[in-house]
Design a binder for this molecule. Structure first.
Ligand SMILES: [Zn+2]
Length: 298
């Protein structure tokens, strides 16, 4: 009797399952699922103070998702974002969980399509084998997340444009807010390694994807970051130079670029020595330009 009542209450409180998707998103989801994989969109209530997350009871494959979000490192990363995609291997194939952080829903409620499209891009790349480093079992999930984001975002931006998603307005709105917040803050407090990596990833994204023509505050952003985080500038400059020179649409180049970015971030965050040239044969570039001092991709 008691357990039935509890179950009823739980059901009554459970938010609606998957949000309705636009036609373009449905098409993309179908394409991913036609590969024998599953894409599950989940709205998750979070508490940014405690990093606690609440997965709706009716979430498909919940038993697979719950242990992942039980990791404090991963939950701590998720509560700070609008959305995150976790790719898991199940017996019958790969499952892509696209998680929306409902504690911050007010910031993206008018932009769910571009937000979900970005996350579908992560799932799509995983399905094609352009995988981000596995976060499970990592001592520093933020390192795997940021390294994967830096390289995957290059491909995602191209694919979103190809599919006709309008995503830059939402992104630039977020950047405007981040820049305003940065300029309002006093002296930066002691930042953890994960904060530094998130700044590097954001800054690299902006440098690779935007310009003074596409974002009026591009120069202001770059100057503000250089002033506030001078110790990160060398890493960002190097990542931008390397990634501009490499065509990561080829899987082998993608993997090598990702391995390099992972080790470069590790070194910047003091987790490992700065990497030298990667092992193995050098990869021919599509472009002739090769500006890297170490010449690692030339
Ligand atoms: Zn992303």
């Amino acid at each position: 009797m008691f357990s039935c009542l509890s179950l009823l209450l739980l059901t009554a409180q459970a938010p609606l399952a998957a949000p309705p998707l636009s036609e373009r998103l449905e098409t993309w989801k179908r394409e991913i699922e036609q590969r024998g994989e599953q894409l599950v969109v989940v709205r998750i209530e979070t508490d940014p103070e405690t990093s606690q997350v609440r997965i709706p009871p009716d979430t498909p494959r919940r038993a697979l998702l719950a242990p992942l979000l039980a990791s404090p490192g991963l939950a701590g990363q998720f509560v700070q974002t609008h959305a995150m995609t976790l790719n898991q291997q199940a017996m019958e194939g790969r499952i892509h969980f696209v998680l929306l952080n409902m504690a911050r829903a007010a910031e993206f409620k008018d932009a769910e399509e571009p937000l979900l499209a970005h996350e579908f891009g992560h799932a799509w790349l995983d399905a094609l084998g352009f995988r981000a480093p596995d976060v499970t079992g990592e001592a520093q999930p933020c390192l795997a997340i940021q390294a994967g984001d830096i390289v995957q975002h290059i491909l995602i931006r191209g694919e979103l444009e190809r599919r006709g998603f309008v995503f830059r307005d939402y992104w630039i709105r977020n950047l405007d807010q981040a820049l305003d917040a940065l300029k309002k803050e006093g002296a930066p407090g002691a930042a953890g390694a994960c904060d530094s990596l998130a700044r590097i990833a954001l800054w690299t994204d902006v440098r690779l994807a935007l310009s003074a023509d596409s974002w009026s505050r591009y120069g202001e952003f770059d100057q503000a970051f250089r002033r506030r985080f001078p110790d990160l500038a060398e890493t960002v400059d190097e990542l931008v130079t390397v990634l501009k020179a490499v065509d990561v649409t080829a899987l082998e180049r993608f993997r090598r670029a990702l391995a390099y970015v992972h080790r470069r971030l590790e070194a910047t965050a003091g987790m490992e020595d700065r990497p030298a040239a990667p092992e193995g044969p050098r990869i021919p570039l599509k472009t002739k330009a090769c500006l890297m001092p170490s010449g690692w991709l030339c």
